[in-house]
Design a protein around this ligand. Structure first.
Ligand code: UD1
Length: 320
């Protein structure tokens, strides 16, 4: 049994990682300051994890959290492009300074490996599709710059201190427990919950932007593979985590109409600042070096996610 520290364990991805690790019989420690994570995400597992409410900007707390840990899964972040455009200082603090703290603490505690939640936004709007890891990054938003900077810190800590690090560039992860309630929430969480309650979603732009939407189980699997893959193949490296297929928002809306029984139309609004138009991953490097293969495709993931939000609505109704 290994000890895993998950930063941002209250988040949608962090809490999903925790659930799977517990299912596999591993020991889970977690930190969160609940700036974007949610206590409800941990309510069913709180008794099974070593949870510490802490901010990754608190180096002492990170030193304590890393003591005795084998693997760090660093998910804590302010994960929003538009929020970073509004407040680049806060984005930089959480997404860069926080990462350096986690790395210093992990190095000093001699953890075996740090796996980092990097972002496909690092690629920017370069016309080449699919995006592969050898391309020169060209981030647009402050968020994307911060995520790329942290990725480089991961590589730097491997080169300078020999701390094994792996950066996973997530491509639009979605699934149960993604928070739909903030204006900065991921598009699928917003669209599904609006459509289930009979309200029109808003497309920022013409809806022809596309994403390589990746179901949460695939991201969880990639993290666990990244912990165990041979260091010679993965340490100090960066991998796309995606499905290798893209869909437009307009196509997604049609699929969701069938799944949610929503018969209205979307609203079309202005494009969002800092956005990229198309995103699609080449996942061959993750396949080769991590043994990664997406287990759940987009349609199946969308169906499972809609079912989950429906079950939340039902339990909310039964509580009334
Ligand atoms: C997402 C992630 C980010 C991650 C990146 C790369 C979220 C909140 N952000 O950014 O953490 O690093 O992918 O994987 O998950 N849109 C609408 N209507 C809405 C909301 C969004 O049309 O109500 C559009 C946006 O303008 C954008 C697309 O949907 O074109 C996706 O937006 P969003 O879900 O916020 O994700 P990204 O910006 O791609």
């Amino acid at each position: 049994m290994a000890v895993y520290l998950i930063t941002g364990i209250g988040g949608f991805i962090g809490s999903s990682l925790a659930r799977e690790l517990l299912r596999r019989g591993e020991q889970v420690r977690g930190v969160d300051n609940f700036s974007t994570g949610r206590r409800e995400n941990l309510s069913q597992i709180l008794g099974q994890i070593d949870f510490r409410e802490a901010d990754i900007l608190d180096l002492d707390a990170m030193n304590r959290a890393c003591t005795g840990v084998d693997y760090v899964l660093h998910q804590a972040a302010i994960p929003s492009v538009p929020k970073s455009v509004l407040d680049p200082i806060a984005s930089n603090q959480a997404n860069v300074d926080g990462t350096v703290n986690v790395l210093v603490a992990a190095r000093d505690a001699r953890v075996k490996r740090v796996v980092y939640a990097a972002s496909s936004s690092a690629y920017g709007d370069t016309p080449t599709l699919p995006k592969h890891e050898r391309m020169t990054p060209d981030p647009i938003s402050p968020y994307a710059v911060a995520k790329l900077a942290s990725e480089r810190y991961m590589i730097s800590f491997y080169r300078c201190y020999g701390l094994e690090t792996v950066a996973l560039r997530y491509f639009n992860i979605f699934g149960p427990r993604q928070d739909p309630s903030s204006p900065y929430s991921g598009v699928l969480a917003k669209f599904i919950t609006l459509m289930l309650s009979g309200q029109p979603p808003t497309m920022f732009g013409d809806g022809e932007q596309s994403r390589d939407f990746t179901y949460i189980d695939n991201a969880v699997e990639a993290n666990l593979l990244a912990c165990k893959a041979p260091a010679a193949q993965v340490a100090g490296k960066v991998f796309n985590v995606a499905t290798g297929r893209r869909v437009t928002l307009n196509e997604t809306f049609k699929l969701l109409q069938a799944l949610t029984s929503y018969s209205g139309s979307p609203i079309y609004g202005a494009e969002r600042g800092g956005d990229i138009k198309h995103s699609l991953a080449d996942i061959s490097s993750a396949a080769e070096h991590l043994g990664y293969k997406p287990q759940v495709d987009f349609e199946d993931g969308l169906r499972r996610t809609v079912e989950w939000y429906k079950s939340c609505q039902l339990s909310a109704v039964s509580r009334q």
